[in-house]
Design a protein around this ligand. Sequence first.
Ligand code: NAD
Length: 264
Amino acid sequence: MASDSKVAIITGGASGIGLATATDLTAKGWNVVIADINPQTGVAAATKIGATFHQTDVSSWDSQLDLFKTTFQKYGRLDFFAANAGIDDKKSIYEETPEELEKDEPAEPFLKVIDVDFVAVVWGVKLASWYMRRNQKKGGVVVLTSSAAGLYPMVTNPLYAGCKAALINFARSVASTYITDSIRVNVICPALVPTSIFPGNLRDFFPEEHLTPLSTIVSAFNRFIDDESLTGQVVECAQDQHYFRKQVEYPSESQRWMNEDSGP
Ligand code: NAD
């Protein structure tokens, strides 16, 4: 029998944006499945907020299939899917050495960013829509976490920016396909939210007033969950859009933090 409470799967839910959203939904009585590659942070987070942890590597089809299957078997429904797990490319793709470029295969980290930030999202959306069509009351909500980096040229992280841009038009396109199944697909594009995706403390590099609080992102998720008229929509969640755009399009020497392996 299907659970009375609504059910959410949040990838990358062990930390940062995913955890803030998971915390908000569990507080509202949802059954939340935190799907994350990191079992240490995942178990601790799930225990703390009363969610379930499912160790998942989103870059593996089998791992995501197991996540969705197990969740649906346990709860009998899926109301919300956040394709939120993401990784950054810490080093510019243009910094590969000539030897690396001459290899037959592209560098491993290069492929990993594409797998996690784009391919995994496509798989997740496919699986979520498959199960949402099997809900007693057909339908559900999918939100993809893109980035403001998907909206503007990002000099320091072109691969990350490219994957995040691809997500936006992918979402807009599948939103039309799924409309007949009452599945809504929307996109959030955060900017400069202090989380562990950055190798150091953003506050050491940017003034607090330009950083976007987690609560702004959680509100955007909630709007997409609650407003049944919204599908195929893209929202930029930046405390200061102009500031962010200036930083990423024209990074000065002191702001090259995004491209440093050692981090800020
Ligand atoms: P975060 O590092 O705090 O959280 C990311 C989570 O994803 C981590 O718990 C990590 O373990 C998990 N993860 C990484 N690879 C995974 C994999 N293969 N399978 C499953 N889980 C995996 O960072 P965050 O800022 O909360 O990032 C969440 C999303 O927001 C990402 O998609 C990121 O690109 C996006 N984003 C963040 C910002 C920002 O300013 N923080 C801006 C724009 C976009």
